[in-house]
Design a protein around this ligand. Structure first.
Ligand SMILES: Cc1cc2nc3c(=O)[nH]c(=O)nc-3n(C[C@H](O)[C@H](O)[C@H](O)COP(=O)(O)OP(=O)(O)OC[C@H]3O[C@@H](n4cnc5c(N)ncnc54)[C@H](O)[C@@H]3O)c2cc1C
Length: 493
């Protein structure tokens, strides 16, 4: 069978090569192979291996780091046209082809069976790269992570004889490939082969009815948006706001919280943008939870903010959440995130305040703080490969820029802020105490770079903690030749 290889000489090359959303990275592969079926994908991968090409797969193009777009990558296999969502009777699970986007999956689930997968926030993310990072989103406090619903996964892997093979791994206790399934419940992307299909079903469901396999779509969904003008915010108000958010997250972060169906993010934007915003989603939430939340966040601020509440249908929200935040605008960006087991201290809030008010030449710099915990903390740290099951918040130092001339100062801003925030633990959120490590779905290659990681703690501890050894064994078995690799890939033992 002929393989359709798009080379730099082809008119469509640039279009295929620039699918990544983070303009910080640019690759120049000698070939890009778009595939639409598993057979085509298998042939493309075999071709790359036979020709000794450094190969990676691209799905939705939402990688934060240079795992796909990188000058060292020689061949990209593009699976963005490999789509499909159906009920698989034999597996009694919802089967999702890896090139589907999250939005396509949420739409099919809701329209056909009135269900949802509690996955990420951006509908354009590709499922192939998303699920194996754990996949948190608007509803993980209510339902857990999407990876907690993973029943099975199909993978193309490369054996010791350099032959591409297909394997299915399930969570069944007696499945000899169970460890490979486990590795895909939070063990990161681009590590063990190419995922072709995922199957989803909540643990413990016995009924053979596709509408009972996953959580029901919320009957009532409401958004709360709050906004405060920076003009009115001094350091006291800023600290009070962060205190309020931290206290609420702390009080409602346990696995059995009654407020698990409320998720919120505080967007602490640079002062030059004029405002600070909070966006919350409430699904099937009692009225008093919404009121108590809004009151708790505003307590003691002493300034007047704006608040709007809007009822929406779940799908309407999921396909276009908060359009002023989730614009599909391509830009260069860097994300440095951390999980928090306790709220920011006043000293840390003061550092954030300083970076947002004095570095006016980095308008794209912001700090996000989101409520975590809830149901995602009901799972044991080793039951899936995603170990961070005791955090109450996630936070991120984000910076975006359009003009390449702004790159150096933007990166310096995010790195310096992060370093100061976690100065007590060597400049990084070392797991233990206040910090809970980092999310592999938001990879930050600085953690593996001696220039930026002076904590003495290896990069993999931040992402995988005690699960790393197990992932290394999976790596040795299913990628014995180390074909699948990038700046933060699991190393076989
Ligand atoms: C705007 C934005 C919002 C986000 N929001 C969330 C969120 O709410 N929750 C969350 O958990 N994450 C979120 N993420 C992170 C996202 O889950 C990861 O970046 C994910 O890896 C993206 O997958 P992709 O297929 O879109 O990206 P790609 O760039 O195509 O791939 C990303 C990585 O996955 C690998 N990969 C892709 N497909 C496969 C496959 N089939 N088999 C094996 N490896 C594969 C690639 O080789 C690469 O290493 C967000 C990212 C962005 C940019």
């Amino acid at each position: 069978m002929d393989i359709n290889i798009i080379t730099p000489a082809d008119a469509t090359y640039e279009e295929w090569n620039s699918r990544g959303v983070n303009l910080r990275w640019k690759g120049q592969p000698s070939g890009i192979i778009p595939v639409t079926t598993t057979n085509e994908l298998q042939e493309a991968l075999q071709y790359a291996v036979d020709n000794n090409k450094r190969v990676v797969v691209r799905g939705g193009g939402h990688c934060l780091e240079n795992f796909v777009a990188d000058p060292a990558v020689e061949m990209v296999i593009d699976i963005s046209r490999m789509k499909g969502i159906r009920y698989d009777e034999q597996m009694n699970a919802i089967e999702v082809t890896a090139g589907s986007t999250l939005g396509e999956v949420l739409e099919a689930l809701d329209r056909q069976w009135g269900t949802l997968l509690p996955a990420g926030q951006h509908p354009a993310i590709g499922m192939g790269g998303h699920i194996s990072g754990g996949a948190f989103g608007f509803l993980h406090r209510q339902h857990g992570l999407a990876a907690d619903y993973l029943y099975a996964v199909e993978i193309l892997w490369v054996n010791n004889e350099r032959q591409v093979e297909k394997v299915i791994a399930t969570r069944e206790e007696n499945d000899p490939n169970r460890e490979l399934w486990w590795a895909h419940t939070g063990g990161g992307t681009g590590n063990f082969g190419i995922v072709t299909r995922y199957w989803f079903r909540a643990a413990g469901v016995k009924e053979h009815d596709p509408s009972l396999l996953l959580p029901k779509s919320p009957e009532v969904l409401e958004t709360i948006e709050m906004e405060w003008d920076w003009e009115q915010i001094d350091e006291r108000v800023f600290k009070q706001l962060l205190d309020n958010f931290g206290e609420w997250s702390s009080m409602h972060g346990s696995a059995d919280t009654k407020a698990g169906n409320l998720f919120a993010t505080l967007y602490l934007l640079n002062k030059v943008t004029g405002k600070i915003m909070l966006k919350a989603v409430l699904s099937d939430c009692p009225e008093e939870t919404a009121e108590e939340f809004a009151a708790a966040i505003s307590a003691g601020l002493g300034i007047t903010g704006r608040a709007t509440r809007k009822p929406m249908r779940w799908l309407e929200f999921a396909l276009q959440p908060f359009p002023d935040i989730f614009v599909e605008q391509r830009a260069a960006f860097k994300v440095k995130d951390a999980l928090l087991r306790a709220p920011y201290t006043h000293a840390q809030a003061g550092i954030i305040y300083r970076y947002l008010t004095t570095h006016t030449d980095v308008p794209g710099g912001a700090v996000g703080v989101a409520t975590f915990g809830g149901k995602m903390n009901a799972v044991a740290p080793d039951a899936t490969a995603f170990p961070q099951r005791d955090s109450i918040m996630a936070t991120a130092c984000n910076v975006g820029w359009i003009d390449p001339a702004d790159e150096a100062k933007s990166l310096a801003w995010a790195r310096a802020l992060y370093q100061e925030l976690f100065a007590e633990t060597g400049g990084l959120p070392v797991p233990g105490g206040q910090s809970g490590g980092c999310l592999i779905a938001h990879p930050d290659a600085d953690l593996a770079d001696e220039q930026f990681n002076k904590s003495g703690v290896p990069w993999h501890v931040f992402y995988y903690q005690d699960n790393y050894k197990r992932l290394q064994h999976v790596k040795r078995k299913w990628d014995p030749l180390g074909i699948f690799r990038h700046a933060l890939s699991v190393e076989g033992v």
